[in-house]
Every structure is written in structure tokens, then in C-alpha cells.
Design a protein around this ligand. Structure first.
Ligand code: SF4
Length: 304
């Protein structure tokens, strides 16, 4: 029988921001401050949400759904100034799990807006992170999702334009949009480091390096996770078929008969337990060898 191999592309799974947010949630629950409310999904992953809900966390979509005086956790994606203000009005004990990399983009938007810049914000207009960042200075921010947006964005002063990005954008997508924007706005200001975070860069790089060596790629994570979805796009951009898989049932339904070498990785909000369970299932399907390809070692942790 021929050997079939999984190549696990690493770094994979939890990043420092997700690790911090989940630990903050766990600590609050362990301290017995029940019920603890969380505004929207703390990170975009159902397994994580279900595990916290099981321990007593209550997830709400709107800040007004949190009872006066209760404890509320803000998700890793950040919130708008209006939400912070509403939390103050409701006397909530607000605990902020916003990833520090996201906070940095909020601060940049405020700084450039205060100096009178128009801000072109690259990202998904419906994602919680972009909704929160844009709300720092709505009259200064134009969201750029597509090539057409980049080609048609209008600003009052061509010489006062700055660009910022969602932390989980694809490097290729950003490079493409920046080419257009630099052509249109030659004095475009960019933050000293681009906003795409280390975890997004590293996971994309690992997928890019493995994609040419495998017949197909499985990306473990939630459909609504921005960084996870972009890992699938990176594999596809290298000509490698990619499947975004959010549950063991969905993995079982994928036909892997023609695949001898399978790339596997997980988005930044996917728990390691799911990766281990996925590997165990794949082993029962004939993938008897597991190799890990480590693109770069990560050692970033945030204190909480
Ligand atoms: S993907 Fe990056 S920005 Fe998002 S939580 Fe993780 S470290 Fe923070």
C-alpha cells in the first residue's frame, strides 16, 4: 500500500492575540464573576465559543443586551468608541481583550485623522475589526475592499492621504492595492510598519512554501475567520486546491482519494485540539505519515 503523507504547515493555530483573549475569558470565568458577557464572538471560531459558553460565558450581539452593572468582555477584534461609551453609560465592568495589534491600528487612525489626513483603510467592511477601526474617525476613513474601490476613492486633499490595513489581510492583496494607491496618491503616507500582524504573515508564508509540494491543502478554521479564509486563498493562488474545514464532519465529507501528499494548517483562531483530531481522522483514512514544515519559529505572547 502506498504511503500517504500530511505536511503540517507551521506556524499554525492560535496567535498571541487569540491566546490572550481566550485566557482573559477563562480567567474571568474561573474567578467566578458569573455571568460574564462577551460582545460578539471573542474570536471567530465555533469550538472556542462553544467551550466558553459551556463554562458560562454569555455571548451577545449588542452592548445594550448586557444588563446594567454586569461584566462584559470586548472581543479580540476590538470595538468602536461608541461601544465603549455605551459600556460606561450602563456602568459595565468592561474588560478589553482587543489584540494589541488591532489597538495599534485604532491609534494610528486617530493620530492621522487628528492631523487632517484622509485614511484609506484596506479590509473587509463587514468584519468586526474594520467596523471598529473605521468608527474611530468615520468622516476621515474610506474603506477599500476591491481594486475598483482603490481606483475610484476620492479624497479632499491628494497630498494628505494615509493608508492602513486590517491586520489579517493577505500580503499579495495588499501589495496589489498599494500599487494602485501609490500610483494615484504619490505622497501616500504609510505607517512605519504595515499593519498586517506577524501571525498573519507567518501563517501565509508557511502555506505558500508548502503549497507547491502537496496535491491539496486543508485549512482548519471557521468560515467567518478572516485570517483563515486568506490562508485558503494563498494556497489557491499557488495553484493548490484548498478546502476550508470548520468541523470533523466536513473533513470526513471531503474526497481525498486522489491525494498522496496533503498540506494541513490552521488559522490563528483554531484550537490545537481540532488540529490533533483532524490528524487522527486523516490517519484512519490512510495518511500514515505526518511531517511538520516549520517556516519560522514564533515566540510572541501578550500578558493579560
Ligand atoms: S491574527 Fe494578528 S491581529 Fe488578529 S488576534 Fe492574532 S495576533 Fe492579533
Amino acid at each position: 500500500m502506498k504511503h500517504r503523507t500530511i505536511i503540517l504547515a507551521s506556524p499554525h493555530g492560535f496567535c498571541a492575540g487569540v491566546e490572550r483573549a481566550v485566557q482573559m475569558a477563562e480567567t474571568l470565568l474561573a474567578e467566578g464573576a458569573k455571568p460574564v458577557y462577551c460582545l460578539r464572538q471573542i474570536v471567530h471560531n465555533k469550538q472556542v465559543i462553544d467551550a466558553l459558553a459551556e463554562k458560562g460565558m454569555v455571548f451577545v450581539q449588542e452592548i445594550n443586551a448586557v444588563p446594567r452593572g454586569a461584566t462584559v468582555l470586548f472581543s479580540a477584534h476590538g470595538v468602536s468608541p461608541a461601544t465603549r461609551e455605551a459600556a460606561r453609560r450602563l456602568d459595565l465592568n468592561a474588560i478589553d481583550a482587543t489584540c494589541p495589534f488591532v489597538t495599534k491600528v485604532h491609534n494610528e487612525v486617530r493620530r492621522y485623522a487628528d492631523q487632517g489626513y484622509s485614511i484609506l483603510l484596506l479590509g473587509d467592511r463587514h468584519h468586526d475589526e474594520i467596523v471598529g477601526v473605521a468608527s474611530e474617525a468615520p468622516s476621515h476613513v474610506t474603506i477599500i475592499e476591491t481594486q475598483a474601490d482603490a481606483e475610484t476613492a476620492i479624497v479632499p486633499d491628494m497630498n494628505k492621504v494615509a493608508v492602513m490595513t486590517q491586520t489579517t489581510m493577505s500580503l499579495d492583496e495588499v501589495a496589489h492595492l498599494l500599487d494602485i494607491l501609490r500610483r494615484r496618491f504619490p505622497t501616500l503616507k504609510m505607517p512605519s510598519e504595515m499593519d498586517i500582524c506577524y501571525a498573519t504573515r507567518n501563517r501565509q508564508q508557511a502555506v505558500r512554501q508548502v503549497a507547491g509540494r502537496v496535491d491539496a491543502f486543508i485549512i482548519l478554521g471557521a468560515e467567518n475567520s478572516s485570517n483563515t479564509g486568506r490562508l485558503a486563498k494563498v494556497a489557491l493562488s499557488q495553484g493548490c486546491p484548498a478546502h476550508l474545514i470548520s468541523s470533523l464532519e466536513k473533513l470526513a465529507a471531503i474526497n481525498l482519494d486522489p491525494v498522496t501528499k496533503l498540506g494541513l494548517t490552521a488559522g490563528a483562531s483554531t484550537p490545537e485540539l481540532f488540529v490533533r483530531e483532524a490528524i487522527a481522522q486523516l490517519q484512519t483514512r490512510g495518511f500514515d505519515q505526518v511531517e511538520e514544515f516549520v517556516s519560522v519559529k514564533e515566540d510572541i505572547h501578550f500578558r493579560h
